[in-house]
Design a protein around this ligand. Structure first.
Ligand code: 7TS
Length: 407
């Protein structure tokens, strides 16, 4: 497959930074946006902009049609049974907070347990800590094994015990590049009557996702990590569970009737979308989903894995000390590493001077970093518009950095 056509769809990839051609390797933080998404945002504001659901005038009808078409498209993108299972959020973080607040406060008792893994992003830890503090529930963490960063599945049944009410797991680790077997994890939880939530922030837009095949109860993702705009995301929730949940926030759009003392609310998904939503974000996300499916998510997944494996192999082959994190095979397009004797922030700062955008830090995985015995790593994360030549350039730049720091 010739990926140079896709690359040409992204105007920003022609930028120069510090006088150098840009090599954008920070896709786990956010991806770049193709022209079709930028054009869709512009046409929305030029021809359709109004508030949704409330008006009877033509523009309001156009905006509502665009917003609800995006919901139906998201349902199709995830193979949800119905568009009523799709809630628009600000992103993965808000999706998880919504479940913690609305599902958690209704269904959790003191002493109940929530199972997470040691490789979770802070956004799949902190909302549960807040919920635990409110309800008296307890958090458990499924261990990760060593630097290769796989979940210890041999011990999973020890953790899927009676008191566990929810198992929330990341699909792909944003710092290790581990791809977790979510179908198996959800099936094993379901057998024990435990609900499941999949954090798909790093997998949506990178591989096919089918919530019925995964068998999860909730799944959250962010539009901005898959070619869509910032500020929009999706929470999938199984309909019969959404119906049991009280609202997350109160306000306009989510009510049936309001009196001074009391309100009644709409059915899901509107019950969970108080206030004016990110309408342009939703229609922009619709364009992003169409764009990704025109390329093919399976092809994107294969390309990601090829780039991840290539980078892993090239970095492992570097002279001088380098520590690599994450699985050696079957990894996603995310590679974390440390050059011996050079702080991750210094690596990122010097790479930036050469036009290479990396990320250095704890990647919102502080407990995992602690477990690995490091404070931070440098990370290169890829998307389909990246090339092996760019990875070769990264290796060259890292060699220059080693020389510069005399290591
Ligand atoms: N879950 C995972 C696995 C993530 O990687 C991220 C963001 C989030 C949740 C939160 O997504 P948000 O869109 O709600 O912020 N990860 C990263 C990252 O790796 N670098 O910057 C953000």
């Amino acid at each position: 497959m010739d990926w140079s056509h896709s690359r040409a769809d992204f105007p920003i990839l022609n930028e120069r930074v510090h006088g150098q051609p840009l090599i954008y390797f920070d896709n786990a933080a956010t991806t770049q946006k193709p022209r079709v998404v930028l054009d869709r945002l512009r046409s929305y504001y030029e021809h359709e902009n109004a508030n949704v659901h409330r008006g009877i005038h033509e523009l309001s009808n156009r905006a509502t049609a665009g917003f609800e078409a995006a919901r139906a498209r998201a349902a199709q993108f995830l193979n949800a049974r119905s568009a009523d299972e799709i809630i628009f959020t600000r992103g993965t973080t808000e999706g998880i907070n919504l479940v913690a607040a609305a599902w958690g406060s209704k269904h959790l008792q003191p002493g109940d347990k929530i199972l997470l893994t040691e490789m979770e992003h802070h956004s799949n830890i902190v909302p549960w800590q807040l919920l635990a503090a409110r309800t008296g529930a307890e958090l458990l963490f499924l261990p990760v094994t060593g630097d290769i960063g796989l979940l210890d599945l041999t011990r999973l049944d020890e953790w899927l015990t009676k008191g566990v009410k929810l198992f929330a797991m990341t699909h792909i680790s944003n710092s290790l590049g581990t791809i977790n077997p979510v179908i198996e994890l959800c099936a094993r939880a379901r057998r024990m009557g435990i609900h499941t939530l999949v954090d798909a922030a790093q997998s949506a837009g990178h591989r096919p996702l089918d919530v019925q095949e995964i068998g999860c109860d909730f799944l959250a993702f962010s539009g901005h990590k898959m070619c869509g705009p910032t500020g929009i995301g999706v929470l999938y929730g199984r309909q019969e569970i959404l119906e049991t949940m009280p609202p997350y926030q109160g306000g306009g759009e989510m009510i049936l009737s309001v009196s001074f003392q009391k309100s009644t609310w709409k059915n899901p998904p509107h019950r969970f979308e108080a206030g004016t939503p990110d309408i342009s974000g939703a229609v922009g996300l619709h364009a992003a989903m169409d764009y990704l499916d025109a390329i093919g998510r399976q092809k994107i997944a294969e390309h990601d894995q090829e780039l991840g494996a290539y980078a892993n192999e090239k970095l492992a082959g570097m002279k001088g000390g380098i520590r690599l994190f994450g699985p050696h095979i079957g990894r996603a397009g995310v590679v974390s590493f440390l050059l011996e004797g050079v702080h991750a922030h210094d690596v990122v700062t010097v790479a930036d001077q050469r036009g290479v955008a990396l990320r250095g830090g704890h990647h919102c995985n502080q407990p995992l970093m602690h477990k690995l015995g490091v404070e931070s790593t440098a990370r290169a994360s890829f998307y389909f518009y990246n090339t092996k030549q760019e990875i070769d350039r990264l290796v060259e730049v890292l060699g220059e950095i080693q020389k510069f720091f005399g290591v």
